[in-house]
Design a protein around this ligand. Structure first.
Ligand code: GLY
Length: 414
């Protein structure tokens, strides 16, 4: 069996490792992959258009393609592959707008009564500025396009909000994605990520996760792709799960079916938990990174069976190990801005699983850093506290020049 995994991060390495662990007989291709994925499969090194990649998949008898990265989904890879008769996991172009087009997504939430923070949409800078006179609350000012995961500025007073509007709509810091914006009420609370599979009829949630998004400890500084995660999310109490199912998951399913936005793939609910309610901040139409690296080592079920169940119209249950997981992301100092690659990494060859390569490659028998996020190191244990301890004891075995990681992954306020 031949599988193609699309993306180049730790998430794709984790998906590949999990599939191989459960199914030794499969061959995995990665596009474009990274130094870690080249150890377990074949990286496709030629740069292809999506159509050319589809032809590559046909020629190489790919049975199933799994898309990790949203960039390809938003460009419509699923439609192209399906037209070529290929099986692919991910949303088609329209459904990918749930992640790629924030106005589309918020309108969907509103139409189906999905609980989300209050918001207003603006196409004009002048009207947006005028609106600020009527508001006093903290705001999340968001570009319509996702601008590579950036494009969200949190503001706490009118001056900050004015500056944010100028940055987005006048200076065009996030390019065209800032031509239309959303001004959203900023809710104080605890975040949670619920990743789920969607088979067109049911949405089946994975365990809950907590993603540490900021570069600095205590959630300070710039937003990143994610500096670590834990599973389960300690704030997802039973009452919050019930609230989520009733006010977010079920109406989402109803909306997807009514709007004919069904697909085989993943839905990621980005949540904010306030004192007693849960709100949907955003959808992603893929597995999160580093949530995938944190969740997949806990999955007892065969991940390939889950993916294949889509195509044979079979119901699945997902089983999990009764453990907690903590993932610490090791990065190059300077990330998410300017940083240096090419540093030699010490200790990687003797590191115990689970761990994943996010941005490193092997050259002349040495591992060297090749991007901002470098490694994902996981600890598994019966409690978060122990999982965190295990992860950090593995982190101590790794060294490279200008290594940076957060020391507070797995810590949370009760
Ligand atoms: N961890 C957040 C994301 O994958 O977008």
């Amino acid at each position: 069996m031949n599988i193609l995994i699309i993306g180049n991060g730790g998430r794709e390495h984790a998906i590949g490792k999990k599939l191989l662990e459960d199914n030794h007989y499969i061959n995995i291709y990665f596009y474009p992959g990274n130094g870690g994925t080249s150890m377990i499969g074949k990286n496709i090194e030629t740069k292809y258009s999506l159509l050319e990649l589809g032809f590559f998949a046909k020629k190489n008898l790919i049975d199933i393609t799994i898309v990790g990265s949203e960039v390809f989904l938003i460009e419509g890879i699923v439609d192209i592959f399906q037209k070529l008769g290929l099986k692919i996991i991910g949303p088609h172009y329209l459904a990918a707008k749930l992640e790629g087009d924030r106005i589309f997504s918020k309108s969907f939430m509103k139409k189906y009564g999905i609980r989300t923070p209050k918001y207003n949409i603006f196409y004009s800078y002048k009207k947006a500025i005028r609106f600020l006179d009527k508001t006093t609350v903290s705001l999340a000012i968001k570009t319509n396009g996702i601008a590579g995961g950036k494009g969200v500025i949190l503001t706490h007073n009118k001056n900050e909000a004015k500056k944010a509007l100028e940055t987005i709509m006048i200076k065009k810091k996030f390019g065209k994605s800032g031509n239309k914006i959303i001004i959203e009420e900023f809710l104080q609370g605890k975040e949670a990520s619920i990743i789920s599979i969607f088979n067109g009829k049911q949405i089946i949630p994975f365990l809950s996760a907590l993603d540490y998004k900021k570069i600095g400890e205590n959630e300070t500084g710039m937003n990143t792709g994610g500096m670590g995660a834990i599973v389960p999310n300690p704030y997802m109490t039973n009452a919050i799960w019930i609230d989520f199912q009733k006010n977010i998951l079920m109406p989402t399913l109803e909306g997807l079916i009514s709007e004919k936005l069904t697909f085989f793939g993943f839905i990621y609910f980005g949540l904010m938990i306030t004192s007693n309610k849960v709100y949907l901040l955003e959808y992603n139409t893929r597995i999160g990174d580093p949530e995938a690296q944190t969740l997949l080592p806990l999955m007892k079920s065969n991940f390939l069976d889950i993916i294949q169940s889509f195509f044979i119209n079979k119901k699945v249950s997902i089983f999990w190990k009764k453990l907690c997981s903590c993932c610490v992301v090791l990065s190059s100092k300077g990330y998410p801005e300017k940083h240096e690659n090419g540093q030699i990494i010490i200790g990687l060859d003797s590191l115990k699983d689970p761990f994943y390569i996010a941005g490193a490659k092997k050259e002349k028998e040495k591992w060297i850093t090749s991007s901002g996020r470098v490694l994902n190191i996981i600890g598994l244990a019966p409690t978060i506290k122990e999982a965190r301890k295990k992860a950090y004891s593995k982190v101590e075995k790794i060294q490279f020049n200008k290594l940076y990681y957060r020391k507070d992954i797995g810590l949370y306020k009760e």
